[in-house]
Design a protein around this ligand. Structure first.
Ligand code: 1GP
Length: 249
């Protein structure tokens, strides 16, 4: 069994000093040139790593082109965040090899992982084990992943899944409110999960301002993911405020 590879070690190292921010680029929404330009701008705003992925990726040549264009522009790690077996690119530095823990369909818990594992093995990219928990039932992620969404009003349900993820040896856990969500994962949920889970806690979905980022960071998130914000005019000003608001130790 592999321990953390270089990218995961870098994330561990950086999160020891405080919460870090990751920028998520969906190849369905960005041309390779715009993806590279956006990733470059995000890094200048203090973002630590670039995630590439989405729930509905079907064009792997487009994914490859986007990852390659970003790699040419930035030196920070480029990490795949796949929604299915189509989310693998040999040009990336690592992949969040995740299981959608609260899916109702075993395909998203272990089926896609088995089908995609050989591709990851052949690419030799670093695999970062991760549990993925989705809140609510109205996002594309919850629809595609056939999720039994955790109600935002029941943080204790998130905590028991987090504990299970820890006991299963998942070193990373992503709390997902869904891209563009009007209701990001609440500080109370993050706090309750943090109490029982000592791995890297990633939080995303609907984070668009510094106040939300500060609350999530102070509640115990290690990595905050912003996606939709990157598609808004003049996003760099807000992104800079977000990275400045993050807790440092
Ligand atoms: C989605 O958590 C990520 O998978 C980011 O969400 O697009 O709402 O920032 P946003």
């Amino acid at each position: 069994m592999n321990g953390p590879g270089p990218v995961e070690k870098k994330i561990l190292h950086e999160t020891r000093r405080g919460t870090i921010c990751a920028a998520l680029i969906d190849p369905e929404d960005f041309s390779p040139a715009r993806a590279a330009e956006t990733a470059g701008a995000a890094i200048k705003c203090g973002v630590s790593l670039i995630l590439v992925g989405g729930s509905t990726i079907s064009d792997q040549s487009r994914l490859d082109a986007v990852v390659r264009a970003i790699k040419k522009r930035v030196t920070s790690p480029v990490v795949l965040f796949p929604g299915n077996i189509t989310g693998v690119s040999r040009h990336a530095d690592a992949i969040l090899f995740s299981s959608l823990l609260n899916s109702t369909n075993p395909y998203f818990i272990i089926g896609a992982q088995a089908l995609g594992a050989t591709a990851v093995y052949r690419t030799r990219i670093e695999s970062i084990p991760m549990g993925y928990l989705v809140f609510g039932n109205s996002s594309a992620t919850s629809f595609i992943g056939q999720v039994n969404g955790i109600p935002q009003s029941k943080p204790n349900l998130a905590a028991i899944y987090a504990l299970a993820a820890k006991y299963l040896g998942m070193r990373n856990l992503y709390l997902e409110a869904g891209s563009g969500s009007g209701e990001p994962v609440s500080p109370e949920t993050i706090r309750q999960v943090r109490k029982v889970y000592d791995g890297i806690l990633i939080v995303g979905g609907g984070i668009t301002n510094a106040d939300q980022a500060r609350r999530a960071s102070h509640s115990g998130a290690n990595v905050l993911v912003v996606g939709n914000l990157l598609q808004t005019e003049g996003f760099d000003k807000t992104l800079r405020q977000i990275t400045k608001a993050l807790r440092h130790r």
